[in-house]
Write a protein that binds this ligand. Structure first.
Ligand SMILES: [Ca+2]
Ligand SMILES: [Ca+2]
Ligand SMILES: [Ca+2]
Length: 499
């Protein structure tokens, strides 16, 4: 018997019917609330609690049998507005080193945030495992961890998000993978959206001459905790509220990984200058780099966009995974030939890229994405794409390039985002088992065909008109080979193969 998947309606504007559908990584991320909404328990089997987190559990998505993680927050621990604010931050993030959110729920007692699986090693466990496997953990690995962290923070900060609680506990490494695949997690406890603070007239925390050390929290319903050893001097017990507080935390992590010690005895000592003794024995290059990150005044610390360029981090190169250049050329070639997909193909590709790929599926593609993102801001610009083409020996006339870029940039925000990049990789998204799961998701009533009515369910935004039957019909038309007005699985596979 088919377990109904019931994708909830897509929250996008349909003013222009199917032409106006903008599909991006948030397209299928729903918040289920209200009496008739799906409940977490309808869709997931709850598993064991994850060791490293207070409130994160394993869970299995019933419909696709995939393993995910869920953070469960009691309603009494966070007010609803705060919860939705944090959720909005998480949903906005689309980066290889950040976990993807699938959906969220609320019921009478809890909030549930379902993400890709977080059942990974903690940073320290990953280091021990590597050591036990005979890998000499040393400066290049520390450099790789810091480089990846800073790149990831550069993405967050350039999207106006402060993590606020960067510490080893909140860094995971998928088993068997390099530190460049680490995941920065736990945005819920501490993250701050600068946009929100700016719009509410609060003082923005990232202005470079703002040396506020009062550590006022942005009123995000935090519970009081003890300040950690990784927290910046200006941070309160609830975390940093300044982009530069994240930078400081990277400095402490680097210091700790290199020396096994902390630059201070007690967290409260971070308000005093670091003693000269603390730097003894560290090589001068590492010292110079870490001293900058650990500058007392936030304005004296470099922003993430500069910090990751530091000479010392070049050490990471020796342990970086080699990008498979043949595969990279292949990816570039397929991008250069990327033809306009219709909305249904785009939607299916986006669904697979965001919902059905595990970290291990994406490993090689992540490397190419990262490699193509020359300035490490987490997105691929037109210029970076051109450079990638040039490297692969592909020449594209300027006017064609503009057209191509419009096709590639599915949501029209002017850059190629991580999920867009993945969705465009036919070899990645068109594996048969993935196609099967996507077909089942789009066949909302489980009758074995994707029909107009299924699309009306899928492409429906709350409060807006359902797409018309004729629009839905038109969306099916090009793939409907036998003309019966609906798509069988085989027709669906052929449609997805046309890339
Ligand atoms: Ca870039
Ligand atoms: Ca885009
Ligand atoms: Ca159907």
């Amino acid at each position: 018997m088919k377990i109904p998947l019931r994708i909830d309606p897509i929250r996008i504007s349909l003013r222009d019917q199917s032409k106006g559908l903008k599909i991006n990584h948030q397209t299928f991320v729903f918040h289920h609330e209200g009496e008739n909404a799906l409940k977490f328990q309808d869709c997931y089997d709850l598993g064991a609690k994850l060791r490293t987190f207070r409130d994160v559990y394993k869970c299995t998505h019933k419909a696709t049998k995939t393993e995910r993680s869920v953070k469960i927050l009691g309603r009494e621990t966070i007010d609803r507005e705060t919860f939705l604010g944090k959720l909005a931050i998480l949903k906005k993030m689309d980066h290889p080193n950040l976990v993807h959110v699938f959906e969220s729920f609320e019921d009478g007692s809890n909030y549930y945030v379902v993400t890709e699986s977080m059942a990974h090693d903690s940073l320290y466990d990953a280091i021990s495992t590597k050591r036990e496997a005979g890998v000499a953990f040393g400066k290049p690995h520390v450099a790789q961890i810091l480089l990846t962290l800073l790149e990831c923070l550069n993405y967050c900060h350039s999207h106006n998000v402060i993590h606020g609680n960067i510490q080893p506990k909140n860094i995971l490494v998928p088993t068997g993978m390099g530190f460049d695949k680490l995941l920065v997690v736990n945005f819920f406890d501490s993250s701050v959206s600068l946009e929100k603070r700016r719009s509410s007239g609060a003082r923005a925390g990232d202005s470079s001459d703002d040396d506020s050390t009062d550590g006022t929290s942005a009123g995000m319903g935090r519970t009081s905790k003890r300040k950690t050893r990784f927290a910046a001097p200006e941070a309160g017990a609830d975390g940093g509220t300044h982009t530069k507080s994240d930078i400081w935390s990277c400095g402490v992590i680097g210091y700790h990984l290199l020396t096994g010690k902390y630059p201070f005895e007690k967290p409260s000592d971070s308000r005093k200058p670091i003693s000269r003794k603390a730097w003894k024995g560290m090589d001068p290059e590492a010292q110079e780099f870490l001293r900058e990150l650990l500058a007392f005044r936030p304005s004296d610390r470099p922003p993430a966009s500069e910090a990751y360029d530091a000479d010392w981090l070049a050490l990471a190169k020796s342990v970086e995974a080699k990008v498979d250049s043949a595969m990279q050329d292949e990816v570039m070639k397929s991008l250069s030939k990327f033809s306009k997909k219709d909305k249904l193909q785009q939607a299916v590709s986006a669904y697979i890229a965001t919902h059905l790929l595990a970290k291990i599926d994406k490993e090689k593609w992540d490397e190419i994405y990262r490699h193509s993102d020359r300035n490490s801001d987490g997105v691929i610009s037109k210029k970076e794409l051109l450079d990638g083409f040039a490297k692969a020996g592909i020449r594209i006339p300027r006017n064609e390039m503009d057209e191509l870029f419009v096709r590639l940039d599915m949501d029209g925000n002017g850059v190629i985002d991580y999920s867009e990049f993945l969705a465009m990789q036919g070899d990645l998204v068109c594996q048969r088992d993935k196609l099967r799961a996507a077909f089942d998701a789009f066949d909302t009533d489980g009758n074995g065909y994707i029909e107009k009515e299924d699309l009306q369910v899928i492409f429906q935004s709350p409060g807006e008109k359902v797409i018309s039957k004729s629009t839905a019909k038109a969306m099916l038309k090009s793939a409907d080979q036998d003309g019966d007005g609906k798509l069988s699985f085989e027709e669906f596979v052929v449609m997805m193969g046309n890339h």
